[in-house]
Design a binder for this molecule. Structure first.
Ligand code: G3P
Length: 216
């Protein structure tokens, strides 16, 4: 399972990329707003840090298909690494069809139902992004939605990639990997939680202490 960073913070992007942890970055309007910088500047900085084989997801703001297509074309023109995020709305599907027919990579985002994922795939989306944590927030099970979409896509031979989003903690990550999800995108905090382990720290400290006993 590929790991993406769900952040537009350039320090986090650099750290996660240098760690070899990520092969992509996802953003949305809320994530961009936290950086207090112009959208084009933030996106440009992220594209500069990320290497050739990586993907950078950027979302449209328009709510009508025509506006989404216009924004999507402008975003895609910035780099071949850009994936245009379009919300799972009827107008969104129109835009997905139009953009994907032009060879632009599109991710249908804010997906909260398997039916939305099926329509996204039919419209030509390269990616679909179910929001795991936000379903958990309302007493549903976001992991179950991912499992449903995985099962349906496998049963139907659909090759649209599943990007699990709104990932909140390491257990989400292991469960997503277990069920064969293609990509999980998460905050930098979760990437750090995935590597942190007090036993590892204790073991390393013990090795260093014992090394002091070795005659020099
Ligand atoms: O990628 C979607 C993500 O940014 C939403 O996460 O934690 O705000 O639900 P969250």
């Amino acid at each position: 399972m590929r790991i993406f960073l769900d952040s537009a913070n350039i320090d986090e992007v650099k750290k996660a990329y240098e760690m070899g942890a990520i092969t992509g970055v996802t953003t949305n309007p809320s994530i961009i707003s936290r950086e207090n910088k112009k959208f084009d500047d933030v996106l440009g900085e992220i594209l500069d840090v990320m290497g050739e084989e990586t993907l950078v997801f950027a979302e449209v703001l328009a709510l009508d298909a025509e506006g989404m297509i216009k924004e999507g074309l402008a975003l895609a023109a910035k780099s071949p690494n850009i994936v245009v995020k379009i919300p799972a709305l009827p107008e969104g599907l129109k835009a997905v069809k139009a953009l994907s027919e032009k060879g632009i990579k599109v991710c249908v985002t804010v997906c909260f139902a398997a039916t939305q994922a099926i329509l996204a795939a039919n419209a030509g989306a390269s990616f679909v992004a179910p929001f795991v944590g936000r379903l958990d927030d309302i007493g549903e099970n976001g992991l179950n939605l991912c499992a449903d979409i995985r099962e349906i896509f496998d049963a139907q031979g659909i090759d649209t990639k599943i990007v699990a989003a709104s990932v909140r903690h390491p257990v989400h990550v292991t469960e997503l990997a277990r069920m064969g999800i293609d990509i999980a995108t998460m905050p930098f905090k979760v990437i750090n939680q995935m590597i942190a382990n007090p036993n590892t720290d204790r073991a390393v400290a013990g090795f260093l202490k014992d090394w002091e006993k070795v005659p020099k």
